[in-house]
Design a protein around this ligand. Structure first.
Ligand SMILES: Nc1ncnc2c1ncn2[C@@H]1O[C@H](COP(=O)(O)OP(=O)(O)OP(=O)(O)O)[C@@H](O)[C@H]1O
Ligand SMILES: [Mg+2]
Length: 347
């Protein structure tokens, strides 16, 4: 005899004289009167019944046919990002261009966010512009700190832990930290390569990757210091002839003076340290762009990242509401490829 209080259907079954009495045998399990499949006649997916009608199948087929190729490519990219080798020491990445306004700050920010979010690395982006850098303005107002790298330089002796560093760096939702340039451009002008070196040595204790938004130009002593010091460099251009021509000149200079041998920048070579970004590319593949891409290839840069002009990205950056997943796949993919290109060069 079972001692549990009977469930409604059990009570009904034992009270009703018309039902055949259960087979004799004390303690024997009674057969359930109905099954779950009697209630749920269709498969349940995400708490909803799946109606496998012709229309549903057609819609599912259409969806798979139109989006699955892109989704698959993105999933593969994610897997490769996740599988990236972790750095064995702090890596410094210099972001440079001989031209202003091409997207150096944007690329620093985009790359930093991918490395922080997808590789779960501790990443710091430093505004190393000589005057009036804009990097820290990309952090939301609520979390942006007032202090700058010159404040940190002054107080460095008293900072011994990550929490003590937090009043100096602005955190982004991805985990990326940003270190601002001082408000007063004169304070930045006083920075010498030596003080910069001290700052970077100090920051290396707390971060896996340090990105340097070096501002316009590559001959400036501060830019030179950053380029020499960096493990890899991101060279940013737009697809206009005038800009790309300057960038090609800069790449030749880096090859000749800096040992940044673009000619060895081929696939499979472990000496590749340069990534070229063609930013703000128009949606349609223009003739100029093909000519520019061919010129890069002649210099030995077999592959580069093309980030399209995307007004949504521009607005997100300006309003400090950037999220990678909020962008169209056409912009999202190259940003993730940029992350992968840099991740593959981590040492
Ligand atoms: N792919 C893009 N699509 C749309 N807008 C972009 C894109 N890349 C950059 N921008 C916008 O272009 C402007 C210039 O970009 P950014 O500030 O990154 O350039 P920069 O090279 O750092 O400039 P500067 O030489 O002044 O430091 C910004 O308003 C930015 O939001
Ligand atoms: Mg900038």
């Amino acid at each position: 005899v079972s001692d549990h209080s009977p469930l409604p259907y059990e009570r009904f079954a034992s009270a009703g004289g018309h039902h055949p009495s259960p087979p004799s045998g004390v303690g024997r399990r009674r057969e359930p009167r109905f099954r779950r499949s009697d209630v749920y006649t269709q498969p349940i997916v995400d708490g909803q019944e799946l109606h496998d009608g012709l229309l549903t199948r057609f819609v599912a087929w259409l969806r798979a046919a139109t989006t699955s190729a892109g989704e698959r490519r993105e999933a593969e990219l994610h897997a490769r990002l996740r599988a990236s080798r972790r750095p064995t020491r702090t890596n410094t990445i210099a972001v440079v261009s001989p031209k202003g306004g091409v997207g150096k700050t944007t690329c620093t920010f985009l790359l930093g966010n991918v490395l922080a979010a997808h590789l779960r690395l501790r990443v710091l982006a430093v505004d190393a512009n000589r005057d009036f850098g804009t990097l820290a303005s990309l952090a939301p107002d609520e979390t942006r700190v007032e202090r700058s790298l010159t404040d940190l330089l002054a107080d460095m002796e008293g900072v011994h832990s990550a929490p003590e560093l937090s009043p100096y760096v602005s955190p982004l939702p991805t985990g990326l930290h940003v270190l601002a340039a001082p408000e007063r451009a004169e304070a930045m002008a006083e920075m010498s390569p030596t003080t910069y070196g001290e700052l970077l040595a100090f920051l290396s204790r707390y971060y896996d990757v340090i990105l340097l938004d070096l501002g316009t130009g590559i001959i400036d002593p501060l830019a030179q210091f950053g380029i020499q010091r960096a493990d890899q460099a991101l060279v940013v251009t737009t697809p206009e002839y005038v800009t790309a021509d300057k960038v090609l000149g800069a790449l030749r200079y880096l090859n000749a003076e800096g040992g940044w041998d673009a000619a060895r920048n081929g696939e499979g070579s472990d000496s590749e340290r340069l990534t070229v970004v063609l930013n703000r590319a128009p949606a349609a593949r223009s003739g100029d762009r093909q000519v520019i891409e061919a010129a890069f290839r002649r210099l030995g840069i077999a592959r580069h990242i093309v980030i399209p002009y995307d007004d949504r990205l521009r607005v997100m950056l300006d309003s400090a509401t950037y999220t990678l997943e909020g962008l169209e796949r056409a912009t999202r993919m190259p940003i993730k490829q940029l992350g992968l290109a840099a991740a593959r060069k981590l040492v």
